[in-house]
Design a protein around this ligand. Structure first.
Ligand code: ACO
Length: 327
């Protein structure tokens, strides 16, 4: 299980990041005009102050393409240099084709294979784990992994227990084969028996929607589960790489809620000044939240080359996982 640098070992390394947030910003005060809530309640329970909302006609693939173009610019690569595109999303443009195929077309990445990964808020970490194996095997060279979501289309704007927590956005990374350490270790988990605490139960059958097509959440159960599993899976990946939490330069957790992030840092023993937090201005963007946070911290100079970056995701399914990176 341990991933060591052996002679000839090929690592999968993130070489650039990009992100995109829709122009429209919805503040807590804006929300309180049409939902029975308040800025004070939302801030104190979640740390969220505002979130971005996609425009009518702006699809998940459009957000993904904007983030991907910025990541490609940073990498100095053309879309045609990419040989694999993986999109992590729970809010695909359509049932099929995959959003990754739509992104491939919109980018003009005609040499790329393309598929989606559906692991809700853990989707980006799941994608890194899968892509790591595909790149390190030598099968793929330049890969785009994108987390992109328009949760504004699947939350019930009359349900104050959920709609205040989510937002839209996209984040992307370019990964490539490298002799220098990149992804050091990954670990994924799932517990489908906990699927009822966070889900969208509605589905289309024979052209008819059965069940509620909006996000359902048992908030306290999700909170408890998230805090339990995030620190544990971080420790699992650290152990795989013979490292400990004291080695972490930056913890980049899924951005669901400031209280979950704080509790995870405490359990893991990573101080708040080593934790990237972007949820205040974005809300929970599900699979997009970790790449959005990576892009923010890489561009503002906090995350630097050579540093140890621990990403950790948790979400519906229930799914959770971590990818430990040498930046
Ligand atoms: N505004 C005002 N009141 C609200 C709102 C709101 N937006 N939403 C719920 N309430 C009310 C409820 O109706 C309830 O009222 P009642 O007591 O009269 O029945 C009360 O607030 C509940 O308050 P608390 O018990 O203080 O709520 P809690 O501290 O459990 O916080 C929260 C709720 C924020 C949902 C919390 O459980 C949580 O953070 N859970 C994790 C949820 C999460 O982050 N989900 C993201 C998706 S999952 C993921 O990404 C991993």
């Amino acid at each position: 299980m341990l991933q060591r640098a052996t002679p000839g070992h090929v690592f999968t390394k993130i070489i650039s990041t990009g992100s995109y947030l829709p122009d429209k910003i919805l503040t807590n005060d804006d929300l309180s005009k049409f939902v029975d809530t308040s800025d004070e309640w939302i801030r104190s329970r979640s740390g969220i102050q505002s979130r971005h909302i996609a425009a009518d006609g702006e699809e998940t693939s459009d957000l993904a393409v904007m983030a991907a173009k910025r990541a490609l610019d940073g990498a100095g690569l053309a879309a045609t240099d990419i040989d694999l595109i993986v999109v992590a999303t729970t809010t695909p443009d359509v049932v099929f084709p995959s959003t990754a195929c739509i992104v491939q077309d919109k980018l003009g990445a005609k040499n790329a294979a393309a598929f989606d990964i559906q692991a809700v808020c853990s989707g980006f970490v799941y994608s890194l784990a899968v892509v790591d194996k595909m790149v390190a095997s030598g099968a793929y060279k330049n890969v785009l992994v994108i987390g992109a979501e328009v949760y504004s289309r699947i939350v019930n704007w009359k349900d104050r227990g959920t709609c205040v927590l989510f937002g839209d956005g996209a984040g992307a990374v370019v990964l490539t084969q490298s002799k220098e350490p990149g992804i050091l270790a990954t670990k994924l988990h799932a517990d489908g028996s906990r699927r009822s605490i966070l889900n969208v139960p509605g589905h289309v059958r024979n052209g008819v929607v059965y069940g509620d097509p909006y996000v359902h959440m048992d908030g306290p159960a999700v909170f408890k589960m998230a805090v339990q599993v995030m620190a544990d899976v971080c420790n699992e990946t650290l152990a795989m790489a013979n490292l400990t939490a004291s080695d972490i330069d930056w913890l980049v957790p899924h951005q669901a809620n400031v209280r979950i992030i704080d509790a995870t840092g405490k359990r893991l023993g990573v101080s708040p000044d080593k934790t990237i937090v972007t949820v205040q201005g974005q809300g929970n963007t599900s699979a997009a939240s970790i790449p959005l946070a990576l892009d923010t911290a890489a561009r503002d100079g906090r995350i630097k080359a050579g540093q140890l970056v621990q990403t950790v995701g948790v979400g519906g399914g229930f799914t959770w996982g971590s990818a430990l990176l040498r930046w």
